[in-house]
Design a protein around this ligand. Sequence first.
Ligand code: UD1
Ligand code: PEP
Length: 428
Amino acid sequence: MEKLKIAGGYPLKGTVRVSGAKNSAVALIPATILAESPVTIEGLPNISDVEILKDLLEEIGGKVRISEDEMTVDPQTMISMPLPNGKVKKLRASYYLMGAMLGRFKKAVIGLPGGCHLGPRPIDQHIKGFEALGAQVTNEQGAIYLRADELRGARIYLDVVSVGATINIMLAAVRAKGRTIIENAAKEPEIIDVATLLTNMGAKIKGAGTDVIRIDGVEKLNGCRHTIIPDRIEAGTYLILGAAMGEGVVIDNVIPHHLESVIAKLREMGVHVESGDDQIFVKTAQNLKAVDIKTLVYPGFPTDLQQPFTTLLTRATGSSVVTDTIYGARFKHIDELRRMNANIKVEGRSAIINGPIQLQGAKVKASDLRAGAALFIAGLMAEGITEVTGLEHIDRGYSELVEKLNGLGATVWREALTQEELEHMKNI
Ligand SMILES: CC(=O)N[C@H]1[C@@H](OP(=O)(O)OP(=O)(O)OC[C@H]2O[C@@H](n3ccc(=O)[nH]c3=O)[C@H](O)[C@@H]2O)O[C@H](CO)[C@@H](O)[C@@H]1O
Ligand SMILES: C=C(OP(=O)(O)O)C(=O)O
C-alpha cells in the first residue's frame, strides 16, 4: 500500500491532458456484452475501475485485449455466469452488468455494487425499469437475481433523475421487443456517449441527452469502434486546481460546454478562465471572492466536483455555502480539511466555508474518490508536506495523477506505507 506525498505551496503552470471519462468507460465496457462481434473502445483512462471491469468481462468468458488506451472485447464466448460476490463490490458501475447481461442472456446474478460511500445509494429505479421490461427481480443475500422469458418495451417514468438507472434501462431495452420510453431521464454527457456506442452497434435510440429517451428494440447488435468522451470531472478537478494555484494552466482534451456551471462559478470568484474549442485556460487571481454552490443534475453544478471546489473556497474571502442536493452526506473530506487548518462547518446538507485561510500540510485520509481530489488539491495549496492515504479511492478515477501533477510543476510522489502506518490502518 502507498501514500501520496505532496510538497505544497508552489505555483503551477503548463498543459495537462484530460483522459477518457470514467463514468462513460464504466458503462461502455459492460455495453460490449450486448454485441455479437468484437467492440473496440479507444481513449480509456488508466484507472482501477476499468481494470476491474476488464476482469469481470473475462470472468464471464469474454476475450479482452488491451493495448495502450484501447480495449477490444470479443463478447461471443461470454456466458451468463453468476457474479454474486467478489470484484462487483469494488466499484459502483458493476450495476451495469445487470442491464447488459439481462439484455443479452435474459438472466443475470450480480452482487449489490460498491463505489464511493456517499450516504444511501439505492438502485430501486434500476429495478423498477427492469421489472417494467418484464424481468423478475429478487434480492437474495445481497445479490440481485434477474430473469425474463422475454423483454418487452415499456414506458418507464423515473421517480428520481438517475444517471445509473437511465443507462441501465437503456442497456436492457436495446434488444427488447418493441419500444421503450424513459421519461424523466438523466441528461449527463456520459448517457449520450453510451447511446452513441449502442447506436454504432446497431441500436435505435433517440433523445439521449434530453429527459425523454425512445428506444426501438433490435434483435441483434454488432461490433464497432468507439472513441470515449473526455472526463469532465477530471477536467473540472484540474480547472479547480488551476484556479487555486495556476499561473497559467491549459486543460487540453476537454469539452468546455460540459463544464459551463463550474466555469461560471470560477468567474464569479474572480478567476481568469478562457474557453477554446477543446481547451480551457485558467489563471488564479490575488483576491478570490466567496461564492455559494448548489449541486444539481446536469447541466447544473456536478456533485462530483463539490468536494474539490470546497478546498478552493478555503482561499476565498468571506463565507461560502456549498449545498449538495444529490448526496446530502457527501462531506467526509471536511474533517480532513480541518486538520489542514480549514475553517468549515457542516449544517445538514451544507458546508459553510470561512476564508481566506492558509492551509497547512498534514497527514490525511481520502474516504472516497472526490474526497481524495479535495485532499490532493489541498496538499498542493498548503504550506509544507501533506501525506494522503486511501489512494485506492483516488486510483478509481484519476489516470496518471502523479505524472500529470508533476507535469504542471508540482512536487508529488508515491511512497510505500511504513510498517507502523500499516498497523495503524488495521486498527481503525
Ligand atoms: C458510475 C457513475 O456514473 N457514477 C456517477 C453516477 O452515480 P449514480 O448513477 O449511482 O447516481 P444517480 O444519478 O443514480 O443518483 C442520483 C440520486 O438519485 C438517487 N437514486 C438513484 C438511483 C435509484 O435507483 N434510486 C435513487 O434514489 C441517489 O441516491 C442520488 O441521490 O451519478 C452520480 C450523480 O451525478 C455521480 O456522483 C457518480 O459519479
Ligand atoms: C461517486 C463517484 O463514483 P462512483 O459512482 O463510481 O462511486 C465519482 O466518480 O465521484
